[in-house]
Design a protein around this ligand. Structure first.
Ligand code: PTJ
Length: 262
């Protein structure tokens, strides 16, 4: 205990010992929560990533913790954009790395994309740790540490990016994005694909394609579609992101309205 009687952070560092039986009805959700906590303890996830995860969990609950039709459609359109991209880039932050690092590496390999670690709460130490994590999963030439270019129109550190990566990329996949950067990337003429469980977020509304799904499900789903689609231009032509977001909201409303069937 500290002199003020508060528990020290060390006392909270119990996640590694936490054993969740597979039979627990919330097993998967609890395991993801545990991953995020471990990620924070290892210095990969920023402390505010815990709050972001909680918000995501709440929205995941509302969509039934499954890939719904609106999310599947958006994953397909994302795959179509990635198929026609000349310089695709996947931007990775702390939460995405810990929850879906392995899948990100597999997707990058499949679509021949660059991976760039780009953080909202930027620190060289954390970028290094995330690069190491992605390399352990098989990632190669991970960008982020060089920070040799700036995204125009952003005043905070997230403007710092890699010339070889986000700066010169044409289609950028940015899971768990913040609204500012999404807008700035759009102004630079890039196609922005995002994964965000909150269909109301600024990022969700500003992106070209918003996958309202958990990043753990969305990334492998993009890869699956990528291997299957034949005519990407036709898929893109029919896409209306706002309509799809409305479909997500309608789904949530209906689910809540019909929940107890009374
Ligand atoms: O690692 P850093 O420094 O880049 O920081 C990353 C966070 C996520 C902390 C930072 O970008 C942030 O504060 O993000 P926001 O503004 O809280 O937005 C995160 C969005 O992602 C929210 O709309 C959440 O609903 C959503 N979200 C959270 N977890 C997931 C998610 N979407 C998909 N899958 C998730 N697992």
């Amino acid at each position: 205990m500290t002199s003020k009687g508060f528990a020290t952070p060390k006392r909270f560092a119990t996640s590694k010992k936490l054993v969740i039986p597979k039979s627990h009805p919330r097993y998967e959700s609890l395991m993801l929560r545990n991953l995020i906590v471990e990620g924070m303890e290892k210095g990969i996830v920023h402390i505010t990533g815990l709050i972001a995860h909680g918000r995501g969990e709440a929205f995941d609950y509302l969509i039934g913790e499954k890939t719904q039709l609106f999310a599947d459609e958006a994953a397909k359109v994302s795959a179509a954009y990635l198929k026609i991209a000349k310089k695709p880039v996947i931007s990775v932050n702390g939460n995405t790395a810990i929850l879906a690092g392995k899948e990100i590496v597999k997707l990058a390999e499949e679509i021949d994309a660059k991976i760039e670690v780009n953080l909202f709460h930027r620190s060289e130490g954390r970028i290094r740790k995330i690069v190491e994590l992605l390399e352990k999963e098989g990632g190669k030439n991970i960008l982020g540490l060089e920070g040799d270019a700036l995204i125009q129109g952003i005043e905070h550190d997230r403007a710092i990016c890699s010339y070889e990566g986000i700066y010169s990329g044409d289609v950028i996949l940015v899971p768990l994005e913040d609204g500012d950067r999404c807008e700035a990337l759009k102004k630079m003429g890039k196609v922005v694909l995002t994964v965000d469980l909150n269909p109301l977020s600024r990022t969700a509304r500003n992106a070209d394609v918003t996958i309202v799904d958990n990043v753990t499900r969305a990334i492998p789903n993009i890869r699956k579609h990528y291997t299957e689609i034949k005519k990407p231009e036709e898929i893109i032509k029919k896409w209306n992101n706002r309509k799809n977001l409305q479909n997500a909201l309608d789904f949530i409303c209906k689910r809540l309205k019909d929940f107890f069937h009374c």
